[in-house]
Write a protein that binds this ligand. Sequence first.
Ligand code: TYD
Length: 680
Amino acid sequence: MTALGRSRPTHVLANAPFRRLWMAMSVCSLGDWLNLLALTALAGNLTQGDYRVQSLAVGGVFVAKMLPAVLLGPLAGVFADRFDRRLTMFCADLARFAVVLSIPFVGSYQWLIIATVLVECVNLFWVPAKEATVPNLVPKAQLESANQLNLLVTYGTAPIAAMLFAALSVAGDLIAGIVPFPLGRDATGLALIVNACAYLVSAFLIFTLRDIPKRDGAISTPSVLKQVVEGWRFVGRDRLVRGLVIGMLGAFAAGGAVVGVAKVYVEALGGGDAAYGVVFGAVFVGMALGMFFGLRLLRELSRRRLFGLAITVAGLVLVAIALVHNLVIVVMLTVVLGACAGIAWIIGYTLIGLEVDDAIRGRTFSFLQSTARVTLLLVVSLANPLAAIFGLHVLALGEFSYRFDGTNLVLLIGGALAVGVGVLALRHMDDRKGISLAADLIAAVRGEQFPTEAAEHVPGLFVAFEGGEGSGKTTQSRLIAIWLRDQGFDVVQTREPGSTKIGMRLRAILLDAAERGLSARSEALLYAADRAEHVEKVIRPALYRGSLVITDRYVDSSLAYQGAGRALDPKDVSKINAWATGGLVPHLTVLIDTPPEVGLTRLGGAADRIESEPLEFHERVRKEFRALAAAAPERYVVVDGTLPQDVITRQIQDRIREILPDPVPRESEDITGTMPAIRD
Ligand code: TYD
């Protein structure tokens, strides 16, 4: 995903052998989706009548589809190593063609399940052979584009299959009305025949693909369970990855619940196979809409927030789907559901690509894929029995009766689960703590530029010290820097204004007591200019090196002195500072709260321009500092500046300790890149 636009897919497709393989993959994917739709629909139709049996029957199809991969994956990998890849794929295609074709002719549920297991077993050979062939046909530099194309047809064919299925159902009904339909018991037979033909076309394409080398290297499918266990060891350690994985799996589980019960659910709403196809397609149409328009509309919102939000909204929509019994509304809601899923999916993948360390990125992806499969299997196999056990209940309220059955319950649980996971992901990964989500959203929809980078994205740790005149923050920040250096951290201690060459000249202007003519706005802009210089030249480079940065004063000083003190609009001050800093927010701000009458008496020497302001000015400043801290308590520690110095130091140390990375280097070399550098 990250390289989208960097490489042009047309280049890969200009490669004739790859194009042929890709076409085979596309028809197979289309066939696979059609297969899923037709089989679940057929299973439902074959067992019509009893609601419970029907639920279980549809669930059985999913289990049959996923069990072979989970159980036999490694075994098939070993076998696949020994065969010629082209021949493997060709035979597999012919086998799939024959088995799928037999399903509508036999027309029994038992055979449907056996046939499904057989087809999936064959897939275990086809897929690794195909995966291993791609690098044989495509040069290394184009591999990424090739993979993007693969992904495109794997998921992109789903809505096409859904539409095709709906159309075939209608066509099947028409034909059946004219001549007694000989294939199976209903129109799903037609879909299965088309599905079988797709495999036949693929067999032909593969057969004529002579460029696949006879045999080289090993193809293997590692055990799904092994991947899950190993992957968790890496993934579980990183807070961001954990949030992402939990979010994506939760979304997957909720999606699984929908797919699992959709057939029976749609039937309960009075819809037939065509309606099932439409609902199924709506998910994917929504996904496409979300990926393109949703992300564009909310471009200014923090990606991490959008990720959690999308999953939460998906959950709420799912709850609505569970409760509303109107097919048209359900289809519309399903589009919204798909859009949320699409947004979450793209962001999740992109964030992993961008923010997860290179060394564990591959493992994260494969972990995600394996756990997604296991999750899907679990959810689908549990969803249908659960629906069956719950059965059908009709609540009679006077004249009205309200139907609530097992599928409604499953959707409701799925929705609640997604809401929970979404909120968890929001909490886990929030990079704009203390700023209300609603305010962010409104700003994003209006297209206002909001800070894009928060300190959490950087490897280092950023702490700011704030307080009024004579509060003692300069002394405290020094003591804390020494304490941290003693523990082996690489500490950069700095201050505002005046920590850069330009900054020193700005400082001279700003604090010169003679400079009385300075207007409030130019004062705010000059402080912001100093800060922009400070962030770009000192703070950000240090954070990217993984250092611990301690600054004496930061943005809050401007909000307090220029915003509250000089009575400028706080929104304006906040905006110019967000722009100046590129949205860099400290991980922690230490506020040393000292009454101005105490602080001002501590000052020695001649008062500078600001120190000589009246007491009310300093009162306003203090009030603003306290208000800022109160609005985001998790990002602040407020200490009483009238306490003895050593007590203050200890309080600050206790709070900083909570956010310090483990000073003992971790056992794996993979993750040190994400932690502040440790000096030994
Ligand atoms: P400084 O000599 O560094 O004193 P202190 O020990 O109080 O930090 O002077 C900084 C002065 O600049 C202080 O009076 C507050 C003022 N100031 C602002 O008004 N806005 C700002 O954004 C910053 C960083 C400082």
